[in-house]
Design a protein around this ligand. Sequence first.
Ligand code: PLP
Length: 426
Amino acid sequence: MTNHALFQRALPLIPGGVNSPVRAFKSVGGEPFFTARADRAYLWDVEGKRYIDYVGSWGPMVVGHNHPHVRAAVERAIQNGLSFGTPCPAEVAMAETIVRLVPSIDMVRMVNSGTEATMSAIRLARGATGRTKIVKFEGCYHGHGDSFLVKAGSGALTFGVPTSPGVPKANADLTLTLPYNDFQAAQALFAEHGSDIAGLIIEPVAGNMNCIAPKEGYLQGLRELCTRHGTLLIFDEVMTGFRVALGGAQAHYGVTPDLTTFGKIIGGGMPVGAYGGRRDLMEQIAPAGPIYQAGTLSGNPVAMAAGLAMLELVQEPGFYDTLSARTRLLTDGLQAVADGEGIPFSTNRVGGMFGLFFTREKVGSYAQALAADTNMFNRFFHGMLERGVYLAPSAFEAGFLSSAHSDEDIAATLDAARGAMRLARE
Ligand code: PLP
């Protein structure tokens, strides 16, 4: 069956033919391909075409697809059953691993997605502080919980509905928004509303309005502001966790949040999320405390096995240095190709994540990301796709490298970019 035939079958059955919006290629045009299998840095579609993949299942596949160590752990786990509904040993091992690798976390609760993790974290922030308002940043995405679909990034931004219909106004009114990387705006907001704000949630490296790093001292400034106003600082590390450094962005920038959310990499490719933080806060979660949160499949033994195997691999010495160096090779290479063609282009990168922008400016804000040329990106995207390179199908998503991307894969990507950059300009 062809990609097109599968998409035609899917369209009347699944909204937009996909189970998550950005997969549909709506903003870049055309139709998505359907993946038959994935291995190392590659995806193969149902027609047998191979792509060098820089999406990595939207972040989790930091060691590449179908890694034998992760696969073997899953194969071992499934011999013993798929779900127990009782505590299991792998959950304890997972909690021990996260607590050991992330110093700000004393206790952790496993959930099934990043969305669940962030929803639970703000419930905890509200329950613990007795306050109702939360602060998020324009263009940041924290999953599809009602409180977060206010000036949101990722698919919400791609499809022009950053504040979604269906989110009650009363709910949206409790979410205050700020421009990312603008500390003065944060100071002004806290001066007015500080005593009402339960939690401030931020992607410490923004990855859902393309990729934007925090300005020097920005996260530290937010830390001090939150402390001063009794607001909990929540780092949403669903994307950055175990991606930009072993201890996440908080280790990379040396800033300690009160609560952290995880997803993606900690599941090794299985549906997993987690939230954790200071003991005095986490002990307020049921059944230790009164703030309710639960999950039928949370801490699933197969998912824990995959995640634990993944976390073993990323602890190998030099893992993040190599990942970061390869990412640099890619972004520097793309910059050189664009410069050679006289195309306005800039890149951002932190650890194993990167952003590509069709603009001459170094992008440090949501407004700048919006101002980059999306038509050029869309033509570049399709030029790369034709040449067997799969980038995220939206100008507002970060790209991801894995340890499986070889120097040859990067060289092949740059070769493809030489042709695709010319298309971008036309
Ligand atoms: N938070 C961030 C920073 C994300 O990037 C995402 C997903 O891309 C989420 C939360 C939501 O995670 P999930 O899609 O697993 O619900």
